[in-house]
Design a protein around this ligand. Sequence first.
Ligand code: PGA
Length: 253
Amino acid sequence: MRVTLIAGNWKMNKLRKEAVAFAQALPALLPPGHSSELLICPPFTLLWELQPLLAKAGVKMGAQDLFWEDNGAYTGEISASMLLDAGCTHVIIGHSERRQVIGESDLLINKKMHKACQEGLIPILCIGETLEERKAGKAEKVVAGQLKQALAGLSSDRMDKLVIAYEPVWAIGTGVNASGQDAQNICAFIRGQLEEYYGSQLAAAVRILYGGSVKEENIKEFLQQADIDGALIGGASLDAAVFANIVRLGEND
Ligand code: PGA
């Protein structure tokens, strides 16, 4: 039985005061006794401040990126041990904004996956096709390629904890979400690929999230799908009341 994971990706948003206000408001807004696992991924500068507040709200904390070396002369980078030290349990790897805006390659993403797995940080691996690729009928091919390259050389140890986020690039921050059925088709395809790599037992344990314009209006549609185990939410995770409402709407009635 896969536990639903509702994850917020704050991207490059919020200063300390706003972040603290969010975390302090959240416990009273969340539905009592909810069954989902909750995660917030704030910018690096907020990790230390937020960790105790999020813990109090029963929310885990993740980072939005990491570097693959342990320490040393890597100006501007953040190591896995720094993230663990700050209280992170998860780390987003290969977000399409990093692939597209920063130019992160599949090779770098693979190195980050290795480091996160080695150090016991749970990777949230983001994969997804662009609009051109979808229009050309290549969505599955693109997603399969990204998955294969990200997971290259990773054995099945600890992989049952792996989280994959299927995020079609054209749906991110656009307000145009994939339909529940379209997202389900790709997520089922991803699970099939995982089965090929790691066997059916492990593939059945891995959580696959949908991301891309998730909001209060569509969360139910996604969570009803057999192979969608949660959501990675950008814009709609910035407001505590909206985030809490998404959690509430995602609960089984
Ligand atoms: P969005 O972002 O919910 O604002 O579309 C999702 C993401 O990039 O993870």
